[in-house]
Write a protein that binds this ligand. Structure first.
Ligand SMILES: NC(=O)c1ccc[n+]([C@@H]2O[C@H](COP(=O)([O-])OP(=O)(O)OC[C@H]3O[C@@H](n4cnc5c(N)ncnc54)[C@H](O)[C@@H]3O)[C@@H](O)[C@H]2O)c1
Length: 326
């Protein structure tokens, strides 16, 4: 990263952003958070609120009057702010598309004025419906049709990737794209359909854990501190600039096995209940059977390997999750 005064984290009051902010402060960095607290919360930053190296701007990026000054004095920008979560995307498709396209454009435009490196948080959703065993960064992407709102999240994030790489090519902006696979840990909220916090809250409340579909679909869950480690390493690596990286773990678990593991690890008496996708997400909802990353590129460039087991993640996350299940 170029010399400068502070690091900017958009979406820094969110789940991943707040862990990243804690990490950067612990590294001795000065940090500026820009977050409108639409899905995030200042509560997430409670452990570091008194830290004099942290400044928080509670505003939409596009409405932040000080944005130019903040970025002029920045040595790096982690752009995590986005409309996130399948349920949110289904309920508020206009807001999802507008937020994910417009706010990223504003950040890239302003960052390019000062040539501040930008790490863009993208998503494994961009791989779409591809049936591959594991996804590599150069794979073709297979996105569903526009009458199914769920694909608007993937498409908007994909356009962010195109735009970031276009700024890199045309304006020489240093950009790094991190395609995050499922990230989990304390402070993740179940309100927007995230599976692990939903399961943990239900298990703690003695309610049924609701598994959608047959539960044989698999996912790979990476602990948030591991994800943050990968993001920091990518940002600090000039060889990563101008490129796309998968970030996550390649340890697979089925959603049914996950439900069982949560019940067992937390010593819960809850049962598992199967619901059809149609009941939960409406007609025509498409879910992927697998979503597993190939991590060779990330490992080659950053030497990063996630280290936290799923059982350990549940143990750490279980007692600390406090969000309501909706
Ligand atoms: N959690 C995951 O498993 C996962 C997986 C793939 C990608 N991602 C990506 O990682 C990033 C962070 O996700 P998260 O899970 O921490 O979600 P989150 O909802 O907790 O964080 C997003 C943050 O952005 C803020 N925000 C939204 N719109 C904003 C705007 N216009 N201006 C300023 N702030 C705004 C929200 O208030 C929130 O704090 C997102 O870009 C998301 O797409 C996350």
């Amino acid at each position: 990263m170029a010399e400068g005064k502070h690091i900017v984290v958009t979406g820094g009051a969110g789940f991943i952003g707040s862990h990243l902010v804690e990490r950067l402060l612990a590294d001795g960095e000065k940090v500026v958070v820009i977050d409108d607290c639409s899905t995030g919360s200042l509560e997430n930053l409670a452990p570091v609120r008194e830290n004099t190296s942290l400044r928080i701007f509670q505003t939409k990026i596009s409405a932040c009057g000080e944005l130019g000054t903040i970025l002029e004095e920045a040595k790096g920008i982690y752009h995590l702010a986005a409309a996130v979560g399948v349920e949110l995307v289904l309920k508020q498709p206009i807001q999802t598309i507008q937020t994910n396209l417009h706010e990223t454009e504003v950040i890239l435009e302003e960052a390019s004025r000062w040539r501040v490196p930008v790490l863009l948080a993208s998503t494994s959703e961009v791989y779409g419906k591809s049936q591959k065993e594991a996804f590599s960064e150069d794979d073709d992407l297979l996105i569903g049709p526009p009458h199914l709102s769920r694909w608007s999240y993937a498409c908007s994030k994909l356009m962010d990737e195109f735009l970031a790489l276009a700024f890199a090519k045309e304006r020489g902006l240093p950009v790094i794209i991190a395609r995050l696979f499922n990230t989990v840990g304390p402070r993740q909220t179940g309100r927007y359909g995230m599976v692990l916090p939903r399961f943990i809250e239900a298990a703690k409340a003695g309610k049924a854990l609701q598994v959608y579909g047959d539960g044989q679909q698999t996912r790979c869950f990476c602990y948030v501190d591991d994800t943050v480690e990968a993001l920091v390493r990518l940002m600090n690596c000039t060889a990563a600039q101008g490129q796309v990286f998968n970030v996550g773990t390649d340890e697979e678990v089925s959603i049914r096995e996950l439900a069982k593991l949560v019940i067992q690890t937390l010593g819960s008496t809850s049962e598992i209940e199967n619901l059809s996708y149609e009941e939960v997400c409406g007609k025509g909802f498409e879910d992927m059977r697998k979503r597993k990353p190939v991590l060779a590129k990330l490992q080659r460039v950053t030497c990063f390997t996630p280290t936290t087991s799923l059982e350990r993640i549940i143990q750490i996350t279980g007692p600390k999750t406090s969000s309501p299940v909706t």
